[in-house]
Design a binder for this molecule. Sequence first.
Ligand SMILES: Nc1ncnc2c1ncn2[C@@H]1O[C@H](COP(=O)(O)OP(=O)(O)O)[C@@H](O)[C@H]1O
Ligand SMILES: [Mg+2]
Length: 245
Amino acid sequence: MKFSLDRLDRLKDSLKSATDRELRKTEDAVFDFHTLKVIQRLFNQKKIRTLENIIATGKEANVFRGKTLDNRNRAVKIYRMNTSTFRKLAPYIEGDPRFQDVGHGHWDRIYTWAQKEYKNLHSMWAAGVKVPKPIAVDSNVVIMEYFGWRYRPYPMVKEKRPEDPEDFFNKLNDFIKKYRKIGLSHGDLSEYNILNCRETPIIIDVGQAVSKGHPMFDEMHERDRKNIYRFFNKMIPELKMEDVE
Ligand SMILES: Nc1ncnc2c1ncn2[C@@H]1O[C@H](COP(=O)(O)OP(=O)(O)O)[C@@H](O)[C@H]1O
Ligand SMILES: [Mg+2]
C-alpha cells in the first residue's frame, strides 16, 4: 500500500465532510482524522516519504514499513487504542514518576504511550541495548529504525529459534543487564518481543517499560525473568533461573 500526499489530502477531505457520527465510527481505525494529520506532518517534515506495507496489526498498535527520502527503511508504529486497552494500560502510566503531569483525556493517554515508547527506546539505545533506534515521535506515531530484510521484518525468536542458544542468551542477558543498570523494567519481555536479527537479539515493544520507583517495577521484571528462563531453558537444559539478570 502506497500513500502519496495527494491521496492523504483527499482522505482528509473526505473525513472532514463526514458527520460526527461517522467520525466516531472511524475512531478505532488507524487512519482516522488525527492520525492522518500526524502522518502528513511527518511527511512534510521529511521524516518519512512513504508508508509501504503493513508489518503487524496488534491490539494496541499497527506497525508499517516506511521509507525515507534517501530510500532507507523505517518502522512506523501507530498506536490506536480502543477504550478497553487503554483502561488496561492506564496503571502503567499513572504510577510512573516520569509521567506525572500528563493529561487524562483519551488522546492524551495514547500520545503519552507513544512518548513513553520513544523515551524508553532512547534510554535503552543510549545504554547500549540493541533496540530500534528511535527517530521521531509525534502524537500517537513512533518512527524508529527498521530491522528486516526488504519488506519482511526479522522473525521473532519464537519463530526462529537461535542456532546457538547459549550465545544468543548471553547477548540478550547482557542487554537486560544494561537496561537494569539505568533503572528500567521492560515489562513485556518474551520470545514475542525479541527479534532474531541474524542471530543477534533485538529487543522491541518497550512502550510499557517503567523506571525505578514505579510500583510494578520489581514485579514486571520478575515476570520478564520467568518468561526468558522458561523459553531458553527448553534449549539450554542446564540454565538456572539465577542466570537471568
Ligand atoms: N523496529 C522494527 N523493525 C522491524 N519490525 C518491527 C519493528 N518494530 C516492530 N516490528 C514488527 O511489528 C511487530 C509488532 O511490534 P510490537 O512493537 O511488538 O507491537 P505490539 O505492541 O503490537 O506487540 C513485531 O513482532 C515485528 O514483527
Ligand atoms: Mg509485541
